[in-house]
Design a protein around this ligand. Structure first.
Ligand code: HEM
Ligand code: MTE
Ligand code: MO
Length: 467
């Protein structure tokens, strides 16, 4: 066998365009990936960021590459090795952009370490109506920025003839302080149930990508008014930019309709407190958006910029993600422009106790869970079945009763029921009803979608009964 061809880093770096060919390195190996660029599942533009240099800094950021099949794909394109005289290549460790992430609570079930995504275990989730900050689910797309509260500024772009603002944390505290209890749910909550029907792309959340906190901050409508935004135009949107950014410098972003932002009754907050504490770093320190009744993706953390635009945010997460499609749509046929961005979420409920596969005592069983609906719609009832949906009992609702059209937080619920004599197993099911009489679909397959969002079918748990 021939010894591999040897290249210098300089040679590699000169291969960074379609004309020269596109080379990358990983460890001490060199690859010509020109043919792969257009096939890259993450898109050609992302791959091109690494053209002519090492993959490590980028793969450290997108841990999806940390699997054998990705390494096999790369291996096909090997053309040689780096000159060993060249200085040591970067490793995943010494180029880890996540090295500065905060410490986390060990009770969180981690779905992805980089970026950090984790949910509380179900049995802890419904222990408290207000989720403790350290257990609140975390959904990060990028490394957590390390922001200095003393130099932090929120940039608010004014309208033509209005006034742009640069607000310090103290400036924000000068606005009247508004407090509201709000449940935040990720569009991907319960995605793992969709995966069981057919593979989807996304993090494998179980039932815990949802949490509730008491938030305090300035109302977005007050801040926008100070910048001169008073008039609600139905076509306009308020765009938010986070201060977390990827290697291209493109930040996390999202938008909501201006009408919601300007409606004082919608209670959209620029929050600086979560359960009486400054926001934890994972949840947006020092300032995040809280949009009651709306999907988590719009609650932009580490908020850096607010602007009113004629169009929705051009961010990937507004336009190319967080949308629902028919079960018939696949990755070859999907056209993201055809579906609206998710804003208000549909009615949802899940069982947190007992756990699937658990053995329960005969005699009496206690079933517990949560229920929540988007848009301020109140949960009015939760039905529970022990026999797979043949017969139903009404659960008892706990937690705050909220004002009509402003039911921003979940209800916890429970049912104590006798276990029918002689039963060896129970198929426990729950389903909730909101005050528009919206109900949950009974099965997952008809609402399956390629991104695995909006997973809100009846929640089912199978348990054994102790003899
Ligand atoms: C996804 C391979 C370079 C960003 C993927 C996937 C593969 C892949 C196989 C799909 C993984 C899965 O869904 O299970 C490669 C190869 C590369 C390369 C062989 C180099 C030759 C890059 C670079 C970046 C990047 C340099 C970033 C700057 C992404 C992103 C995704 C992805 C964002 C999508 C993750 C998602 O769908 O959530 N890549 N990649 N890739 N890649 Fe790469
Ligand atoms: N804001 C920024 N800047 N960066 C992010 O990655 N993730 C969004 C949203 N805001 C995100 C963000 C998503 S998809 C969700 S579900 C919520 O934050 C999660 O908020 P949490 O981590 O406080 O639970
Ligand atoms: Mo999310």
């Amino acid at each position: 066998q021939e010894s591999p061809r040897v290249y210098t880093r300089e040679e590699v770096s000169s291969h960074c365009s379609p004309k020269t060919g596109i080379w990358v390195t990983f460890g001490h190996e060199v690859f010509d990936v020109t043919e792969f660029v257009d096939l890259h599942p993450g898109g050609p533009s992302k791959l091109m960021l690494a053209a002519g240099g090492p993959l490590e800094p980028f793969w450290a950021l997108y841990a999806v590459h940390n699997q054998p099949n990705v390494r096999e794909i790369l291996a096909q394109y090997k053309i040689g090795e780096l000159n060993p005289e060249d200085k040591a290549p970067p490793t995943l460790e010494n180029s880890d952009p996540y090295a500065g992430d905060p410490p986390r609570h060990p009770a969180l079930k981690v779905n992805s370490q980089r970026p950090f995504n984790a949910e509380p275990h179900p049995e802890l989730l419904t222990e408290n109506y207000i989720t403790p900050n350290s257990l609140f689910f975390t959904r990060n797309h990028l490394p957590v920025p390390n922001l200095d509260p003393d130099t932090y500024r929120l940039h608010v772009v004014g309208p033509p003839g209005g006034q742009s603002l640069s607000l310090s944390l103290d400036d924000l505290r000068q606005f009247s302080k508004h407090e509201v209890t709000v449940t935040v749910q990720c569009a991907g909550n319960r995605r793992s149930e969709m995966t069981k029907v057919k593979e989807v792309k996304g993090l494998e959340w179980t039932t815990g990508a949802i949490s509730t906190a008491h938030w305090a901050g300035a109302r977005l409508c007050d801040v926008l008014a100070q910048a001169g935004h008073h008039l609600s135009e139905t076509e306009a949107h308020v765009c938010f930019e986070g201060l977390d950014s990827d290697p291209t410098g493109s930040a996390y972003g999202a938008s909501i309709p201006l009408a919601r932002a300007l409606d004082p009754e919608a209670e959209v907050l620029l929050a600086y407190e979560m359960n009486g504490q400054p926001l934890p770093r994972d949840h947006g320190f020092p300032v995040r958006v809280v949009v009651p009744g709306v999907v988590g993706a719009r609650h932009v953390k580490w908020l850096g910029k607010v602007s009113v635009e004629p169009e929705e945010s051009y961010s990937h997460w507004q336009r190319r993600d967080y949308k629902g499609f028919s079960p018939s749509v696949d990755w070859d046929s999907v056209d993201f422009d055809l579906a609206p961005a998710i804003q208000e979420l549909p009615i949802q409920s899940a069982i947190t106790q007992p756990r699937d596969g658990e053995t329960v005592e005969s005699g009496e069983v206690t079933v517990k869970g949560y229920a929540w609906s988007g848009g301020g719609r109140a949960v009015v009832r939760v039905d529970v079945s022990l026999d797979g949906g043949l017969t139903w009992q009404v659960a008892e609702l706990d937690g705050e009763v909220q004002r009509p059209r402003k039911a921003w937080a979940w209800r916890l619920w429970q049912l104590q029921a006798p276990v029918p004599a002689g039963q060896k197993e129970l198929n426990i099911v729950c389903k909730a009803v909101d005050d528009s009489y919206n109900v949950q679909p009974d099965t997952v397959a008809p609402i399956w979608n390629l991104r695995g969002v909006l997973s809100n079918a009846w929640h089912r748990v199978h348990v054994h009964v102790a003899p």
